[in-house]
Design a protein around this ligand. Structure first.
Ligand SMILES: Cc1cc2nc3c(=O)[nH]c(=O)nc-3n(C[C@H](O)[C@H](O)[C@H](O)COP(=O)(O)OP(=O)(O)OC[C@H]3O[C@@H](n4cnc5c(N)ncnc54)[C@H](O)[C@@H]3O)c2cc1C
Length: 180
């Protein structure tokens, strides 16, 4: 398997094509990660939720990370990691156009609203079903693509079995070195 970098445009293409990712936020040094549907446009990921831990944490600390991927097999996959900043789109006149924009982008994905809008009982108390739209401004994005087909990559990047490090690695593992 070979892994190589994606150009920024290729990473953005993946974000535009997939709708599911994992959103990580942090508060008081504690990371927290949840699955999330999103829609990409113009260097932003748009999404939707109701109030809960992740919204509370992102309000307190708007710096977030999103991971998304397209996994074909263990050896063939693409993944993208975004560093970004949370911006809530509140239900006010100033944000009406942006909220409508978010809604129109998100609804292209069937059932986009259901996981974010589901009735939740926490400690026996139902959570308020107040829709919260938000977007993540992408400040940095990286992408990796793994490929099982060594011949498909540039010859300069191929791992040659006769190269020194490969032989040393193979020799070590076949003699049990490095085993716990
Ligand atoms: C495929 C998929 C897509 C989803 N898309 C969205 C989306 O677009 N928008 C959205 O708001 N939600 C989405 N969810 C639900 C999401 O994962 C969270 O469960 C939900 O957003 C509540 O998060 P919260 O921080 O408000 O949790 P709270 O309800 O405040 O969480 C309370 C406690 O429950 C735990 N918890 C919360 N979520 C999970 C979980 N998924 N698994 C295990 N423990 C959990 C937390 O650790 C926390 O301590 C999706 C879930 C899946 C599986």
């Amino acid at each position: 398997m070979l892994i190589h970098d994606l150009a920024r445009g290729e990473s953005i293409q993946l974000l535009a094509a997939v709708h599911l990712g994992r959103l990580a936020c942090a508060h008081g040094g504690q990371p927290y990660i949840t699955p999330l549907y999103f829609a990409y446009q113009d260097d932003c990921l748009y999404s939707f939720s109701t109030f809960g831990q992740k919204i509370e944490w992102m309000r307190a600390n708007p710096l977030v990370c999103v991971e998304s991927d397209n996994i074909v097999s263990p050896e063939t996959w693409t993944s993208v990691i975004v560093l970004g900043r949370y911006e809530e789109l509140p239900d006010t006149d100033d944000y009406r156009v942006l909220r409508t924009h978010a809604y129109n982008l998100l609804r292209r994905n069937p059932m986009w609203w259901e996981p974010g809008y589901v009735k939740t009982m926490l400690d026996g108390t139902p959570r308020a079903l107040e829709p919260i739209y938000f977007r993540i401004h992408i400040s940095h994005v990286t992408g990796h693509r793994a490929s099982a087909d060594a011949a498909a990559v540039h010859p300069a990047h191929r791992i040659r079995e006769d190269s020194g490090w490969f032989r040393r690695m193979f020799h070590r593992s076949s003699h049990g070195a490095g085993k716990p």
